[in-house]
Write a protein that binds this ligand. Sequence first.
Ligand SMILES: Cc1ncc(COP(=O)(O)O)c(C=O)c1O
Length: 498
Amino acid sequence: MTVLANPAEKLLFEVSKPGRRCLRLPELDVPKVDVKVALRGAKLRAKPANLPEVGELDLVRHFKNLAQKNFSVDRNFYPLGSCTMKYNPKINVTLLSLPGFTKAHPHLPEADLQGHIELMVTLESWLSEISGLPAVTLQPAAGAQGEMTGLMVIKAYFESKGEGKTRTKVIIPDSAHGTNPATAALAGFVPLTLKSTADGSVDLAALKAAIGPDTAAMMITNPSTLGILEPNMVEIARLLHAAGAQLYMDGANMNAIQGMVRPGDYGVDVMHFNLHKTYSVPHGAGGPGAGPIAVASHLEPYLPTPRPVRNADGSYSLDSKRPDSIGKVRSFFGNYGALVMAYIYMSQLGREGVRRNGENAVLNANYLRAKLRGVYHIQNDKACAHEVVFTDKTQHEQYHISALDIAKRMIDYGIHPMTIYFPQPNVVGGHGAMMVEPTETESKETLDFFVEVMKQIAQECKDNPEIIRTAPHTTPVSRVDEKTATTNPQLYCPMCIA
Ligand SMILES: Cc1ncc(COP(=O)(O)O)c(C=O)c1O
């Protein structure tokens, strides 16, 4: 049978026909203007751009088809570990689309921004309550920018004490998120890696040995990227504070502990949230996110400006008169739309809902851990937090099937691959990690479907390994040569530049 090519599936350049248009403009009824004259010396292209010429229906079908190929939480299960790809309730966007939000301009006079400032003050107070830390800034536009802001605040604090030049090192466990050492280096500190114990927690003896008069801070991801809660946070905080250093907690994984424990209560001085992970702001493909930080009172003077504040008379204002502030880290108030969506989500949840989300996220991850134990190897098989890290040990040793192969095969079953090779092999016994984060938003039926798929894939590794090694089979493009794609990418379309 001949396979017939559907025009709706082709590139627009392939269906282009000279003279075909989506829209035809009426004859000119004003004097014609020469573009060269009108643009007076601007650089004009020598020949027209090579654009596809298509009708409106060609265009609509092309983009509808592309959009339907796009994988999203709205269409299928997306257990991407470390990324908390939870469902984003539609009411977030519906309410954010109200003219009061879409038509507001940050340059409006303070009197006209009262509701917006109140929203930010309220959101800050909720994050303060969840973190157990008294002051919050909403300005950072991503988790990594929150880390950067936190370390800049710590640096400003040490500079004010005359220790800016001596406190140069930041200790980071090897179970931390990859952005932590990168941020420490970018903020001008020397990152020191601390090897974790065999069970994935902080090695207290190694920490004691690493702490010195040059330690500025420790940056710890808790729960860690192994999906494990650090059991010794109180002692860790004590050791750092005894040496005059600060404790930074990467709180991007707050989905696991929100409403249950407050980092400020166990000695954390600064932490950031990822609102785009924990509080349902859509994310993926680079943004837009929000990475507010919460700080202890001794660090509050250094927070970015302006600070949204509630005045004694009940009005709201933006406080820019803060001499010790590190200044602005983002234009205006941060990614305001993301903040509004988090506010809407949290106001629907309430205190109880925030806690319940955390509990269910942990329950779901542990359910998968229990159901798939014995099917896939688990390096640290103890109660996990919001995510569970399997490895490819069994399938690799028995059938030469890697985590990458398994992840690709998941696509054929309509499930987004989990995060692979993170944490890195040295942290998971030299095997390929497969990190699964189901989130609290998935039903038991979806989790059971996932379990069945993963069992079936494990069976296929034995019965039909070739189908795994060559997966995916249901996508427009099958297995690509990943090495060539990263080392020698072809970043242009020959047809477009013809
Ligand atoms: C634990 C952890 N820390 C930091 C980050 C960085 O956040 P962002 O990607 O918003 O910069 C992430 C991102 O997923 C994360 O999972």
